[in-house]
Design a protein around this ligand. Structure first.
Ligand SMILES: *Cc1c(COP(=O)(O)O)cnc(C)c1O
Length: 367
C-alpha cells in the first residue's frame, strides 16, 4: 500500500497549460512553465514542452539537472538568482539565468569562458514588490556591465511582483518595464528579445489590459498546476483547480468532546489552543501532519472539517465513525503542494481516475 500520497492528474495540468498558452498567444505573450512545485518531475516537464511553452522555468539547479539528465534539451530558465558557489553547475546546465548582481554576472562570464560557452542572461528589475531586481535607475549600469562581458548574451529584461508584498501587476508598473526596455534598446543600440513581466499574479493584468506593450512572456507555476491566480486565489475560468489530491489514511476515529480538559499551556506548535464547545463529535485522526504539508492550506471534502494539525497528525471532524485504513483526499493549495512534493514521506502517484479506497480489508492476511 502507498498510504500517504499526492496524486496528480497530468491530463488536467496539460489542459490548463494548453489553454493558457493559447489565450496568452492571442495577447502576444509566451509562457515559461514553472516546474519547481513538482521538483522538475520529468514526465511533467515533457508534457509541458509538448504544449508549446517557450521555456521551462525552475528556481533550483537540482531540479534543472534532474530534467537535463532525463533528456529534456529545450530552453530552461533558472528563476532564482544563480547561487555564487554553484555557477559551474549553472553554466554547464545550459540555462538562461535571471540576474541582479554584477559579481554573479562576472562569475558566470568567467565560468562560461572556462567551459567555452556563451551564457544567456535576463536582468531583473525591481518594480515595487521588494524582492529581487536592480533598482530602475541602476538598470543602465548593469546592462553596460553585461555588454562588456563577451561570454554573456543579454537575452531579456524581467520583473517579479506579488510574491513578497502582494504588489499587483498593473498598467503602471508593466508600463514602466516597457519604458525601461525601450530606453535600454535606444541607449545601447541592442534588441531585447524576452521581456518577462512576471508570474501567475500577472494574469488578470494580461487578460484585461489594453496593451501588453513590450511584455512578451510570463512565467507561470500556480496557474498551470492549480488553475488559480495568486492575488485573490480566484479560479481562472475554464481551468482545472483539482489536478492534485493529497490522500491520507485514518488511524483513529472516536466520539470525543470538543472541549479539552485539564490545565492548559502551549501546544506542540507553540500556540495556545482555541476551541468551540460543540459537544460530542466524531473526531478522526489522519496520518499526515505539518511535516508533510501545510495543514491550513488544504481543502477538505464535503462532510469533513479540519480541526487541527501537529507534526504527524491531522485532526478532522467527520459525520460518522471512519475505520482505520479508510482514506480521505484533500485538495492542496500552492504551499501545501510545495511542502507535500518535498516530503520524503509522501508518495507521488500519477492518477487519471480517482477511486478512494474506503475498505482495505479485501486483501489476504500476511502470515
Ligand atoms: C516561482 C516563480 C515564478 C512562478 O510563480 P507562480 O506564482 O507559481 O506562477 C515566476 N518567477 C519567479 C522568479 C519565481 O520564483
Amino acid at each position: 500500500m502507498t498510504g500517504l500520497r499526492l496524486e496528480v492528474d497530468l491530463a488536467k495540468v496539460e489542459d490548463n497549460t494548453r489553454q493558457l498558452v493559447e489565450r496568452l498567444r492571442l495577447r502576444n505573450l509566451t509562457v515559461t512553465a514553472v516546474t519547481k512545485a513538482m521538483l522538475g518531475f520529468p514526465d511533467l516537464a515533457r508534457m509541458l514542452v509538448s504544449c508549446g511553452v517557450r521555456a521551462l522555468g525552475d528556481s533550483r539547479i537540482e531540479n534543472v539537472e534532474r530534467m537535463r539528465s532525463a533528456g529534456i534539451e529545450g530552453p530552461i530558465q533558472l528563476l532564482r538568482s544563480p547561487i555564487y558557489s554553484q555557477v559551474d553547475r549553472v553554466v554547464s546546465a545550459g540555462v538562461l539565468t535571471l540576474n541582479s548582481e554584477t559579481e554573479v554576472l562576472s562569475a558566470l562570464a568567467a565560468e562560461a569562458r572556462g567551459q567555452g560557452r556563451i551564457h544567456d542572461v535576463m536582468l531583473m528589475v525591481e518594480l515595487g514588490d521588494l524582492r529581487e531586481g536592480v533598482m530602475p535607475k541602476k538598470l543602465r549600469e548593469t546592462v553596460s556591465h553585461v555588454l562588456h562581458l563577451p561570454t554573456l548574451r543579454l537575452c531579456g529584461i524581467g520583473a517579479n511582483l506579488a510574491c513578497r508584498n502582494g504588489i499587483e501587476p498593473s498598467a503602471t508598473n508593466m508600463g514602466q518595464l516597457s519604458a525601461l526596455v525601450n530606453s535600454t534598446e535606444t541607449t545601447f543600440d541592442i534588441e531585447v528579445e524576452i521581456v518577462s513581466g512576471g508570474n501567475s499574479a500577472n494574469l488578470n493584468w494580461a487578460f484585461d489590459t489594453n496593451s501588453v506593450e513590450r511584455v512578451n512572456n510570463l512565467r507561470l507555476g500556480e496557474a498551470v498546476l492549480l488553475g488559480r491566480e495568486p492575488l485573490h486565489r480566484t479560479p481562472i475560468a475554464g481551468l482545472h483547480t483539482d489536478a492534485f489530491l493529497l490522500v491520507a489514511e485514518v488511524i483513529e476515529s472516536k466520539q470525543k468532546p470538543t472541549r479539552p480538559w485539564g490545565q492548559r499551556g502551549e501546544n506542540s506548535s507553540g500556540e495556545i489552543a482555541e476551541w468551540d464547545d460543540r459537544g460530542i463529535i466524531w473526531q478522526t485522526i489522519l496520518a499526515v501532519g505539518r511535516q508533510d504539508t501545510e495543514a491550513n492550506d488544504l481543502t477538505a471534502p464535503a462532510g469533513v472539517t479540519i480541526l487541527a494539525a501537529s507534526s504527524d497528525h491531522l485532526i478532522v471532524q467527520t459525520h460518522t465513525r471512519m475505520k482505520p485504513g479508510d482514506e480521505i483526499g484533500f485538495e492542496p493549495g500552492y504551499s501545501a503542494l510545495l511542502r507535500s512534493m518535498t516530503s520524503p514521506f509522501v508518495a507521488k502517484k500519477k492518477a487519471h481516475r480517482r477511486q478512494l479506497n474506503t475498505n482495505n480489508r479485501t486483501s489476504p492476511c500476511h502470515g
